[in-house]
Design a protein around this ligand. Structure first.
Ligand SMILES: [Zn+2]
Length: 554
């Protein structure tokens, strides 16, 4: 062998061996996960009536570890909207957890009128189950009216029911709808006994940890404290002065002002706990008990804890978005949130849980607050609508009771009675539309079955169609003018399509989530598909949402 050839051979050997080395290294470094990558625990939190702007309205006063941690460590979908009407509690909780809309999931209101049985139906009523944990009727509830699966159902099915799902709220519907059909336990507050209860849909007796929690009598401790502002009252410069005639009174009060005294109701008025910020503290304490009692996120499966905080809604209704009471409620919630995150860090571990916070709807300004500041919006008297319409229809079409009721901004007709009287349903509908359009505070009234022939913006059409369920909704929908709300007295509400009712926070944090934000428009129904994508599980059965891809780490 010539020396030259020898060198070539050596070079070839070297290069092939280095190639082989490289190849082995590449193969070694490509490690595939042995198991499906999932967090230990998912915590979903709905803050009832939290307008999106509360994230920033009170930002400066939030502590580092609460909302500030959530916004800065997590990912905020800043322009998340509700894509249907009415924007109320039951629809919100159903839509968040099903990735769907009332047209599909069947939850078209907190209540609706069922023509087949001729009465109002409550969204989670169920006469075939019994209360567990109290002698009251508060537990005659189940998710049977929810026509599709939830993200929590899908997680249960994806792991052959090894994953545990627990849902908790003061409101029955705030617990039941997020827990879905297959929750291991949904617990809500019984204001007769002051206990968390459930129904035989889930179990026949309360778990020991719930009994132990109830035995601690937290509601009494909270009533004992009364409600004083967290900080000196002069520091609440983001709100109106305390004494405003358009704020609601607690029982026995002469003015709607601090301190609100509850001590006198200890052992008597458990319902009052829901209407003070301590109702949120109570719910979060119950959440902590669920984590320790059920060992959520600690048994090797991905578990799900769904919490809904209702007191924000009760306080908001009574006092309105510009009140010191609402500001104080959020500052207290911020502290509770900080403590709750620290609890999760300690028990499940930072980075091991996926957390999201959103709201079921926002709120309109108190109509009399708008009036005071020369803003558009007033209280609206809707009671006379039915009386007027009944007499107009009787006069012109000789039909005695063509309308069952007006509900959720809809006119619900007795179509059978109209047909029996040989009257023209379309003409009756047109008469109603013509009447409603003339009323103060009504922007428009439309036949939802015939929206293609109606001149309203597409955005509104979509929201009305998404809220219309063929079996459960009324055919005429009346859209209120901006800022108007059907209330003439104190306080406020929500249910409209407008941003104040439909722009909600949607912030994700922890396992699998990048830090950041987007101002792209997303919808409430995108939350469930996003959680599905993160967990690698099937989307709920009525899901029409899309994944918020920007927030996913990998
Ligand atoms: Zn409400």
């Amino acid at each position: 062998m010539k020396l030259k050839h020898f060198y070539i051979l050596i070079l070839m050997l070297l290069s092939t061996s280095s190639f082989a080395q490289k190849w082995t290294k590449a193969n070694e470094s490509t490690t595939y996960p042995e198991k499906v990558n999932r967090p230990k625990l998912v915590v979903g939190m709905v803050v009832d009536q939290m307008r999106w702007d509360y994230l920033y309205r009170y930002y400066d006063r939030y502590s580092k570890g609460g909302f500030k941690r959530l916004i800065n460590e997590g990912f905020s979908a800043e322009n998340t909207l509700i894509s249907y009407t009415p924007t109320v509690t039951a629809c919100g909780h159903a839509s968040i957890y099903t990735g769907s809309v009332p047209a599909i999931n069947g939850i078209i209101g907190n209540n609706w009128f069922d023509p087949q049985i001729g009465r109002d139906v409550y969204c989670v009523e169920d006469k075939n189950v019994k209360t567990v944990g109290s002698n009251s009727n508060g537990g005659l509830m189940s998710p049977k009216n929810l026509m599709v699966t939830t993200i929590t159902d899908e997680l249960r099915m994806a792991t052959n029911f090894r994953s545990k799902v627990i849902s908790i709220s003061i409101k029955d519907r705030g617990a039941i709808l997020p827990g879905g059909h297959t929750a291991n336990g949904s617990f809500w507050y019984d204001d007769v006994s002051g206990n968390f209860i459930t129904s035989t849909h889930y179990m026949t007796e309360l778990p020991t940890w719930v009994e132990q929690f109830n035995a601690q009598k937290w509601p009494n401790k909270f009533l004992e404290k009364d409600w004083h502002t967290l900080y000196p009252i002069e520091s609440y410069t983001n709100s109106t002065i305390d004494d405003k005639p358009y704020e609601g009174l607690f029982k026995g009060e002469k003015t709607p002002t601090f301190p609100h005294l509850f001590k006198q109701y200890v052992d008597k008025k458990y319902s009052m706990v829901a209407s003070m910020p301590y109702g949120n503290t109570l719910t979060l304490e119950m959440g902590k008990s669920a984590i320790s009692g059920e060992k959520l996120g600690q048994l090797g499966n991905t578990d799900f804890l769904a919490i809904s905080l209702s007191s924000t809604d009760y306080v908001g209704h009574q006092f309105g978005p510009n009140s010191i009471e609402v500001e104080d409620t959020y500052l207290r919630l911020d502290k509770d949130l900080e403590a709750f995150f620290l609890y999760l860090d300690k028990t499940v571990g930072k980075g091991n849980y996926l957390f999201f916070l959103t709201a079921d709807h926002g709120a309109t300004h108190v109509p009399n607050f708008s009036k005071e500041h020369k803003l558009p919006g007033k209280g609206l008297a809707t009671r006379k609508f039915k009386i007027d319409l009944d007499s107009l229809i009787l006069k012109k079409f000789k039909v005695k009771s063509a309308i069952f009721t007006l509900m959720n901004n809809q006119v619900i007709f007795d179509v059978d009675a109209i047909h029996e009287a040989n009257a023209d349903y379309n003409q009756i509908k047109q008469l109603c539309i013509d009447y409603l359009i003339k009323q103060d505070g009504i922007l428009n009234a439309v036949d939802v079955k015939n929206l293609n022939n109606t001149s309203i913006p597409n955005e509104l059409k979509t929201k009305l169609i998404n809220g219309y369920n063929a079996r459960r909704s009324g055919d005429i929908y009346y859209i209120l003018d901006a800022g108007w709300y059907p209330s003439l007295g104190t306080g406020t509400g929500h249910s409209a399509w407008n941003p104040y009712d439909s722009h909600i926070p949607a912030v994700f944090m922890g396992w699998g989530v990048k830090s950041g934000k987007t101002n792209k428009e997303y919808y409430m129904s995108d939350i469930a598909p996003t959680i599905s994508a993160l967990l690698h599980i099937q989307e709920p059965s009525g899901s029409i949402g899309k994944v918020i891809t920007e927030l996913i780490k990998h």
